[in-house]
Design a protein around this ligand. Sequence first.
Ligand code: FNR
Length: 384
Amino acid sequence: MGADLGCWNIADLRAKARRRLPKGVWEYLERGVEDETGMARNRDAFNALTFVPRVGRKVDAVDTSCTIFGKPSAMPLAIAPTGAAGIMWHKGDIHLARAAAGHGLPFTISSASTMDVEQVVAAGGNQWFQLYMWQDRELSYGVLERAHALGCEALFVTLDLPVAPNREYLYHNGFGMPFGLNRRNGTDMLLHPRWLAGVIGRYMLDGGIPAQANLPKKLKHSVARGAKPGALFKQDDLDWAGLAVLREKWPGKLVLKGVLHPDDAKQALAMGADGIVVSNHGARSLDGAIASIDALPAIVEAVGGRMTVFLDSGVRRGSDVVKALALGADAVMVGRATLYGLAAAGEAGVTRALELLQAETARVMAMLGLASIAEIGPEALRKE
Ligand code: FNR
């Protein structure tokens, strides 16, 4: 058991994170896109599902453990890739990775991370790599070779950002990567001296605020010459033929992230992917997209148990984990839940987030009369 930090649910960690972060960083973590209808839709869709508990069953030894891609996991949950974690906490990715390893759960390194994959993998545990394609495909393939050589077993290719998302608040707040002080965000930062000293101050001592570290060397030179790293990602021409090339090049498990249509899930299966993430990117890509939990049942039916199905977007409680599994997901991923913990208290905060999600999951399972993950099924749920 880690420290309780005075936080008894993910919402408590969220409140703590909000107090600690400057507005620009907080809004980057928290907000969606355009009119932000998707944020509420993700939560409403979970809330519309109600449980039908069974009683009179032995639940004195509820077991949340499972296997994901053949490896034991403390529960069916993994930390989703989140670039810019390093702006919420000094070397944030390492803290996320360490907490996940300490809790026996997988962690996914983002290709948009502020840290090199080499540095993050050194934190230990079961780590996966997420890819956004750079405009020079050969350079992207080079990063994959690095990740594979380091022992990352699964590659997550994120498909739900074919073009840059419309996050208007980032312009208002003067927030961008690489992160830097400017006219719009200066006061905001000065109002958060603890964050300024603990994050930016420590990077200054290290020699500078990091940019996107996994940029291949050639692109780092372009950034040094003034190009925005975000502009160097190019996914608008990544189609199924491009994905087939990735399938050929990546010897490990291949997972397509951001699938919401059953036909795309079938296509993923046909091209030899090992898994998909049913996800609307936490309502950060297309505002009007279907909630991923609403998209899940048709996708589960389409793939018929022939690949690993992850679900993310809106998971804040153990009850959400159980609902996703009841509708046929093999595991969930969390983005913001663990980032709240990170921004609140570094590794201890991430550990607290994971501990809370696991305790809630076990408690809900007991209430439903379910002693193991394998027992969770659709009969536990009713849609309002
Ligand atoms: C993300 N997400 C994301 N996804 C990805 O494939 N690569 C990335 O670099 C990022 N970066 C990122 C940053 C931040 C601040 C957030 C909140 C999210 C999306 C992430 O992997 C996941 O799909 C969502 O976060 C899931 O929704 P919840 O759990 O945040 O509701």
